[in-house]
Design a protein around this ligand. Structure first.
Ligand code: HEM
Length: 511
């Protein structure tokens, strides 16, 4: 109980505190309104769909089918339109090759309004870094994707795929459709951990599985946070049930990362292991990070090391999972292309058991189908920038420095000016003759310019090996009662999974 003589000063303190909170709140509101005014004025030459007074376009964007909603807006507003997540974050949403080139050929920074939401999870790794530190890390890590490093990964991809396919033999016998997405995800995580983090042959453990589930949660929660203005403030978000769920999932991801780093550091204590690494002509990604020194011989800090491992662990498996799963869906949907890819793979393989490095460049039809499937189902459908200097677009309209830009890769890939009959699955769009005259910024699954995907070659190789092996072992068919519903969760997923029916092609399976 507070003694009577103290209560007047306590209540005065309470009054002062409430007054201060009110003033701070008021100042924050003024700064947000000024910001809104600046962003809105910058985009006044760009008409767009009507906005809700409070939510902007967030309600429409959160609905099922939002990706195709943006495509319909793109028909109405050629080149670009404003896109508001609430009242205070407004992007110019672009989906036209010349517009994309004007921004993405330069090295403008990532939009902090979106990418800062990553910080609690993947820290300041390559995806989020800016300026000289980004340049230093990109230069440091590029040799980890050198062609000589990538070569032996072909065998690793084949090994992880074979484990998945053996599991699928059993499911195929049940003659029912099943969701392939999470099996592909576990296979892609297994491959990544073996290739870039030097994991042994033991297969995924319980911790890896928890990591896989945590990433699925984190991508869903991040997307929801971006689109919900009430979650934009850190302080408020961490107090909500979704914010606390995000923190719990981050903890699971960080435990996994710490374990991977700890195990490799322990292995490095072992002299035999050290000699083995020194004798390797090319180091893997984790060797490079652990051995990195700056000009003064100082190692990467623990925070930098963890951020890079977290970044690559996420970017390196979730994106390829989406790419491979949607590709198999396309094959099921277009059986004539499925058969052509299978025939090509059979011919390349001959009487051998598995693919080798030189085979990858011979998979021409399969590569065209992979590109066509990434055109229609880009694994990363949207990326964001903040302009460091003004930009003038091809039609004379411009944006000042500080403006926010969203590149809608999904809508760009369905822009009928660049892609006639955009909804038609036609791999021949990517034949050398047809591709040669196309705008270089019309197809951007890996983004473009200085901040493009560092793992592009790794990803293409993985997708070729995995999908060719899948098609050799199974015929993939749709389940018309469970067609996938596209969902943007940072990467392209499906609300209801990707359900396919598989028929084994193994001799003796009766097919
Ligand atoms: C089909 C597979 C993949 C697709 C479609 C893809 C797509 C992309 C895109 C669109 C970006 C630009 C992101 C942005 O601007 O915010 C990006 C960046 C990045 N990707 Fe990928 N990616 C794939 C696979 C991979 C793999 C396998 C790795 C690593 C092993 C990887 C690592 C990265 C990293 C570290 C960045 C940031 C690069 C930087 O800013 O310097 N990606 N990726």
């Amino acid at each position: 109980m507070v003694p009577g003589f103290l209560s007047p000063s306590l209540s005065r303190l309470g009054l002062w505190a409430s007054g201060l909170i009110l003033i701070l709140g008021f100042l924050k509101l003024i700064s947000l309104l000024l910001r809104r005014q600046k962003l809105a004025r910058a985009m006044e030459n760009f008409p767009g769909p009507p906005t809700h007074w409070l939510f902007g376009h967030a309600l429409e964007i959160q609905q099922t089918g939002s990706l195709d909603k943006v495509v319909s807006w793109a028909h109405q507003f050629p080149y670009a339109h404003p896109l508001w997540f609430g009242q205070f974050i407004g992007f110019l949403n672009i989906y036209e090759p010349d517009y994309a080139k004007a921004v993405y050929s330069r090295g403008d920074p990532k939009a902090a309004d979106v990418y800062d939401f990553f910080l609690q999870w993947i820290g300041k790794g390559l995806l989020v870094l800016e300026g000289p530190k980004w340049f230093q890390h990109r230069k440091l890590l590029t040799p980890g994707f050198h062609y000589d490093v990538l070569k032996p990964y072909v065998a690793v991809f084949a090994e992880s795929t074979s484990d998945m396919l053996d599991k699928w033999e059993e499911k195929a016998r049940e003659d029912k459709s099943f969701d392939i997405f999470s099996d592909v995800g576990h296979m892609a995580l297994d491959s990544l951990m073996k290739c870039t983090f030097g994991k042994g042959d033991s297969g995924l453990g319980q911790r890896d599985n928890s990591y896989y589930l945590a990433v699925s949660d984190l991508t869903m929660l991040m997307q929801q946070r971006m689109e919900s203005f009430q979650y934009h403030n850190d302080f408020i978000y961490w107090l909500t049930p979704h914010g606390r769920r995000f923190l719990r999932a981050c903890q699971v991801a960080h435990d996994h990362t710490d374990q991977v780093i700890r195990e490799r550091k322990a292995a490095l204590q072992d002299e035999k292991e050290q000699r083995k690494i020194q004798n390797r002509r090319h180091l893997d990604f984790l060797d490079i990070l652990l051995g990195a020194r700056d000009g003064d011989g100082i190692k990467l800090s623990d925070a930098d090391l963890r951020a890079e491992v977290d970044t690559f662990m996420f970017e390196g498996h979730d994106t390829t999972t989406s790419g491979i799963s949607w590709f198999l869906y396309c094959m099921a949907r277009y059986p004539e292309h499925q058969q052509r890819c299978r025939d090509e793979a059979r011919e390349i393989l001959g009487d051998r058991d598995s693919f080798q490095w030189d085979d990858l460049s011979k998979m021409t039809y399969l590569t065209m189908c992979i590109k066509e499937s990434m055109r229609l189902y880009p694994p990363v459908p949207q990326v964001y920038r903040q302009l460091s200097k003004p930009v003038t677009f091809v039609d004379g309209r411009s944006l000042p420095a500080g403006s926010l830009v969203s590149l809608h890769i999904y809508a760009l890939h369905r822009n009928s000016a660049a892609w006639p009959d955009p909804e038609v699955f036609d791999p021949l769009r990517f034949s050398p003759e047809n591709a040669s005259g196309r705008h270089p910024f019309a197809f951007m699954p890996f983004s473009a310019g200085p901040r493009n995907c560092i793992g592009q070659q790794f990803a293409m190789n993985e997708m070729k090996v995995v999908t060719a092996l899948c098609l050799l072992r199974f015929e993939f068919c749709l389940d018309p009662s469970r067609l996938p519903i596209k969902a943007l969760r940072l990467i392209l997923r499906s609300e209801n999974g990707i359900h396919l029916r598989l028929k084994s092609l193994r001799p003796g399976s009766g097919k």
